[in-house]
Write a protein that binds this ligand. Structure first.
Ligand code: ADP
Ligand code: MG
Length: 712
């Protein structure tokens, strides 16, 4: 049928595409309101899901009403009063219980004896429906005004008809509830069966999966008391089907990109003599794990198939050096490389720390961030376009549309926190015949299971070794109340020629969060104003750069900041880090922070200063850090405790754009991955007719992903 002949279905006008105005009760005015909110078609309206089921069969007694409830009330009209409101008339109706309680004495003083209904704009004729003494039924949200329960603009239900369980949709200003409900219901009846399934029916049958349309219907049309029990939200059994659909789409989008990109192929780059020269340019000997990673990257870069690599390794294992060797290989072959850092601070720091090695290799290195002056920016754009710079290190500013490289061979994404960045890279790819190779480096180790699912398009290379002579920092928990002890340890660290970081969860102090400003004042009072510096994201680049330099050179001995110092900031003399309100940070993040100290092989320490008492969850996390210095093991623990959102530092529904799926549900993720693999195994470009819905959805997803990244 239309379902399986997906290729043909593209051209058959579907009921899903009909305008919302074709639905009963939706006039031009309502249609305009809906369209403005993105509900343009009948199909769109199917995805406007109810937020609650309301039991109209069993009204809530007036004495039991609480503010915030949305419910149905049946009551007897006691008084009706019209009042002027601007140029129109308002209406105030008071309801009393239909049947007085059996035992009046049982009512306590706080119980309510009446419900006030208010319309600020009463349509003519409304008052006539409320004769004194008549029993009416209304539905609405209860609020409280001066001790009286009230409902504003409630929905008037038919008092005589038997009630049913009704879905309640999100309020849309300008639309009345009943017509909206009726329109959505009509959309479900007309078109739910036509919702295209991304998963072709052969696979669905094999797995015993229902159609998405059936899942949508089940959510829109509550049928029994079970519905009331679980509600339309995450607990609803049909939600899992929608989550699976969403994850399959996600997997398809991530995986098929690789296939699509390889149209032009990539430039191949010889490894020798460039990688050998580069390896010898460092002032230290590379670890065996670094050399192995370099070898694998070198092989990837020699291929005409674009390399897509994820390099992961614990904090401090030396990923940057590995990346630089790869850059040198590409530049040696006459092309350019770009390195994308998550913050300006890090981009600048990469430039500083790589400059000596780059100079030894004759690599021309440049910085490109949003805070370049107009002239600097123009000059860099020019150098990129003419090939006068070999390695450009920058921030998201590098993703802007006007960037042109003369010959871009490799893109390195450092410390990737967000999805999509790697996928969205088009740096130069557009006007060149060739795709650049891609190397993504993670800020924190990711559990292997998760990496396989999330980065399924990428080859995984792991560095499982740290440079020799590293002592892991001694990590201790300490109550924040013990300021003396904290100050003493900072003093001791500084006296030994070291430096201390103090990290706060926020810039400004609020009721329960301690900010950089407050702690900086405290430290200045203790260690002297001219020895304490501040870094956070709201300071100018110049100010931050100066402070970092003074800290690195030892002029400042205490640096108070936010997590901007989390990623990659490298001050070799730093030997103590204090994390204020450590319980507010994720495990992976704390591990990353801790990696900022002890880089010079000297003894170092990390103090997790926490407010007491700790929740159980926080205690487990902080304890885990004190016990283990293995980033991979900690990542597994973090995944179990808090889900991947915290590993990556993005809100779940934010950057990932997922509406139904919880990324913590590894079982569902794996199912989705398996289904996507099965689809792509037979049809990597999604060209078969039964994959037309998937192809369309992937194209749309990509469009929205770009918009999300732009906005995010
Ligand atoms: P990460 O993998 O966390 O990004 P970096 O690349 O920033 O780590 O390296 C951490 C520090 O270790 C840097 O100061 C770097 O110069 C140094 N480093 C890297 N590799 C080695 C090595 N093989 N021996 C000694 N020091 C190294
Ligand atoms: Mg790094």
């Amino acid at each position: 049928g239309a379902d399986d002949g997906g290729g043909g279905a593209q051209h058959v006008p579907s009921l899903l595409d009909h305008d919302v105005a074709t639905l009963p009760g939706i006039g031009e005015k309502s249609a305009a309101i809906l369209r403005k909110r993105g509900h343009e078609t009948v199909g769109d309206l199917l995805w406007l899901l109810p937020k609650q089921y309301v039991d109209q069969r069993h009204p809530t007694p007036i004495h039991a009403l609480e503010p915030g409830m949305y419910c149905v009330v049946s009551g007897r009209v006691r008084t009706v009063r019209r009042f002027p409101r601007g140029r129109t008339m308002g209406l105030d109706v008071r309801l009393e219980p239909e049947h007085p309680p059996d035992d009046e004495a049982a009512l306590t003083a706080g119980d309510r004896a009446e419900l006030k209904l208010v319309w600020f704009q009463a349509p003519p004729g409304l008052a006539r429906r409320f004769e004194t003494g008549r029993v009416v039924r209304v539905a609405g949200e209860v609020s409280e005004f001066r001790g009286t329960a009230s409902m504003t603009h409630p929905e008037l239900l038919d008092a005589d008809a038997p009630g049913s369980i009704e879905p309640r949709y999100p309020e849309i200003p300008g639309l009345r509830r009943k017509p909206l409900r009726r329109a959505v219901r009509a959309a479900v009846d007309r078109a739910a069966a036509e919702v295209p399934d991304l998963i072709p029916s052969a696979i669905r049958d094999e797995l015993g999966l229902g159609a998405v349309g059936a899942a949508l219907r089940a959510i829109h049309v509550p049928t029994d008391d079970d519905s009331l029990e679980h509600g339309p939200g995450a607990e609803h059994p049909a939600q899992e089907r929608l989550a699976l659909e969403e994850l399959v789409l996600w997997e398809l989008a991530l995986r098929s990109r690789r296939t699509k990109e390889d149209t032009g192929g990539a430039r191949p780059f010889d490894a020798e003599p460039h990688t050998t020269r580069a390896r010898e340019a460092f002032s230290f000997a590379l670890t065996a794990a670094q050399r192995a990673a370099i070898e694998r990257l070198a092989a990837g870069l020699q291929s005409t198939e674009p390399m897509r690599c994820l390099l992961q390794g614990d904090v401090g294992c030396g990923k940057t050096a590995v990346a630089l060797v790869a850059c040198a290989q590409v530049v040696g072959g006459g092309a350019q490389a770009a390195l994308l850092a998550p913050t300006e601070l890090l981009a600048e720091q990469h430039v500083e720390s790589l400059r000596p090695v780059a100079e030894r290799l004759g690599l021309r290195i440049g910085l490109f961030t949003g805070s370049l002056s107009k002239d600097q920016r123009r000059s860099m754009l020019d150098r990129m376009a003419t090939g006068a710079v070999d390695l450009v290190i920058g921030t998201h500013a590098l993703l802007s549309g006007e960037i042109r490289f003369s010959k871009l061979g490799l893109v390195v994404v450092d410390e990737q926190h967000r999805f999509g960045v790697a996928q969205r890279l088009r740096l130069g790819g557009r006007d060149s015949q060739h795709q650049p190779h891609l190397l993504v480096m993670t800020a924190t180790p990711i559990p292997r299971s998760l990496a396989l699912v999330l980065y399924s398009g990428l080859d995984l290379i792991t560095i499982d070794q740290k440079p020799p002579g590293r002592l892991s920092p001694t990590t201790r928990m300490l109550s924040r109340g013990r300021r003396d002890s904290i100050h003493r340890q900072i003093a001791r660290a500084v006296e030994a020629g070291g430096r201390a970081f103090v990290v706060c969860p926020a810039i400004t102090t609020t009721d329960d969060v301690v900010g950089v400003s407050t702690v900086a004042e405290e430290m200045a009072a203790r260690f002297g104003e001219d020895r304490v510096g501040i870094v956070h994201g709201q300071l100018s680049t110049d100010a931050r750069r100066q402070t970092m330099r003074r800290f690195a050179e030892g002029e400042l001995c205490v640096l108070v900041g936010t997590t901007v110092i989390e990623v990659g900031v490298d001050v070799r003399a730093a030997n103590l880090i204090v994390v204020e309100q450590a319980e507010r940070f994720g495990l992976a993040q704390l591990h990353q922070l801790r990696g900022r100290v002890g880089r010079d092989g000297q003894k170092s320490a990390c103090i997790l200063a926490h407010d007491a008492p700790l929740t159980d969850d926080a205690e487990v996390r902080l304890e885990a850090l004190c016990q283990s210095d293995d980033g991979f093991a900690l990542a597994e623990t973090d995944l179990e405790l808090r889900g991947p959102g915290h590993l990556f530092g993005y809100r779940q529904s934010g950057a990932s754009g997922l509406r139904f799926a919880d990324l913590r549900d590894m079982a569902l993720l794996e199912r989705a991955g398996a289904i996507a693999s099965q689809i792509l195994a037979t049809d990597p470009k999604l060209t078969l007719p039964e994959h037309a819905p998937a192809r369309t959805a992937v194209t749309r997803w990509e469009r929205f992903a770009a918009v999300r990244e732009e906005a995010g």
